[in-house]
Write a protein that binds this ligand. Structure first.
Ligand code: UD1
Length: 434
């Protein structure tokens, strides 16, 4: 186990983001590649027989955790800027140790890939996470249906398959993103055809399918609710460009909504953001889309939004809910948020309240009464998107806000502080716990 990696988190956990609020945002930035595409694609690379070159992979700690897992399993990984080259030819190990599994919540995505590669896998259970219990029952029951024997004991998953994984028909009880990906990964080299019904339709699923097909897989219908996979004998490496990160884009749009100003986001895929644009427009923003860029301008304090309900794609993404909420806290009027995906997705609320926000939460519903002014304070990130949300609120609060637990933000955002600083925010990272 490479312990240096855990150390990296600890170093980040010692840093704080310091913001002097009140600056409007102007300028343009490039949006990073998608975290949620990079992770399954990196795990897919290990199934191949030859190297893969993956461009637009963000330099974030979740991606680096996936790299560490690949290296532990025997793959060679080289990073040059945002390009990762994964050489799976040294693959030798079927076991991912506990410490590495825990570094990243989504490490369960290696289950499908490792079993596709060698018919067995030994992983520790990913455990709970900040957003709630995060069960993996759908992943496990689906892979069992494909012939994988899975023993769950002592916090471990020991998975074997007698001969080879078998294609089958799977009806998902919920269109889980991770389960759809794990089944696709397992199915690409299974014997026969696999049909996934009620599959997740997120753009990251289509990106994974495109990557797999470039490697010689036969995946059809990704992005629709029925995905079919014809098993093939082997996959060979390919070159692939990861799609833009729609959640990072929504975060920067929320920031300009909160602060006012005019920003241009380059390297986006507008169609992936269609469920978010109407809320920014309702808030009074002007959105201009040109090819793969969007210009977002806010002249006034954001207006209240009609109820924001998170949902599976093409619904409003749960990952964009915390930062959109941060935009509304200093808005006019009342906005209601209904969180339909995760149980524990309002962890930003207590810290937003510390900054002066007026928010009431009951179960899955949060009601934000806009206030005229927020006041800077020391606040702590409690999860990735919640951390970004309190930073967004800090950008429009009076005085100084310092955000702790930067390690959460660095899991998913590349150059978060630099990007906001380039847009004119008074923001920097400082050492020290408080
Ligand atoms: C992925 C994203 C995450 C995003 C989420 C929903 C990655 C790496 N992460 O997470 O950023 O917020 O999709 O868009 O892509 N569930 C079960 N049993 C299961 C699997 C899921 O009950 O076996 C439940 C979860 O607890 C949750 C809901 O289904 O309440 C959604 O989970 P899922 O779609 O699987 O999300 P992830 O793949 O974990």
């Amino acid at each position: 186990i490479n312990w240096n990696y855990s150390l990296f988190y600890e170093v980040d956990a010692m840093k704080r983001i310091c913001i002097k609020g009140g600056k409007k945002l102007y300028g343009e930035i490039d949006v990073q590649g998608a975290k949620n595409s990079s992770l399954p694609i990196l795990s897919a690379a290990l199934i191949c027989e030859s190297p893969c070159v993956i461009h637009n992979c963000p330099d974030i700690t979740d991606v680096n955790a996936a790299v560490k897992i690949l290296e532990y399993l025997g793959c060679g990984v080289k990073r040059e800027g945002n390009t990762l080259t994964v050489d799976p030819r040294g693959f030798k190990c079927r076991e991912v140790p506990d410490a590495l599994m825990r570094e990243m919540r989504s490490s369960i995505i290696f289950l499908g890939a490792v079993t596709a590669k060698c018919g067995c896998a030994f992983l520790s259970l990913p455990g709970g996470c900040e957003l709630g219990p995060r069960p993996i029952d759908i992943h496990l029951s689906s892979l069992r249906k494909m012939g994988l024997e899975i023993e769950e004991s002592h916090g471990r998953l020991d998975c074997f398959c007698k001969d080879t994984l078998l294609g089958c028909e799977i009806d998902l009880p919920f269109p889980s993103v991770g389960a759809t990906e794990n089944i696709m990964l397992a199915a690409v080299r299974a014997r026969g055809n696999t049909v996934i019904r009620n599959a997740a339709r997120e753009p990251e699923i289509s990106d994974l399918a495109q990557f797999l097909n470039s490697c010689g897989a036969r995946v059809f219908g990704a992005g629709e609710s029925t995905v079919e996979v014809e098993g093939v004998k082997s996959l060979s490496g390919c070159e692939h460009v990861v799609i833009p990160d729609r959640i990072a884009a929504a975060t920067y749009m929320s920031a300009v909504g909160a602060c006012g100003g005019k920003i241009i986001l380059n390297n986006i895929e507008p169609t992936h953001l269609y469920s978010t644009f109407p809320f920014f427009e309702q808030a009074g923003g002007t959105i201009k889309i040109k090819d793969r860029s969007v210009e977002c301008e806010f002249k006034n304090r954001p207006k209240a939004l009609s109820t924001v309900r998170t949902g599976v794609y093409p619904g409003f993404p749960t990952d964009a809910q915390p930062t959109l909420m941060a935009m509304t806290v200093m808005g006019e009027g009342t906005t209601v948020f209904v969180e339909n995906i995760f149980e524990n997705r309002f962890r930003q609320v207590d810290e937003l309240v510390r900054l002066g926000a007026r928010i009431r939460v009951q179960g899955r519903v949060a009601v934000v009464d806009g206030v005229e002014r927020l006041t800077g304070a020391a606040v702590e990130a409690a999860d990735l998107r919640g951390g970004a949300a309190i930073a967004v609120a800090g950008l429009c609060a009076d005085g100084e806000t310092s955000v702790g637990h930067v390690d959460y933000i660095n899991r998913g955002y590349e150059n978060f502080v630099n990007n906001l600083s380039r847009l004119g925010a008074d923001i920097k990272t400082v050492e020290g716990k408080k």
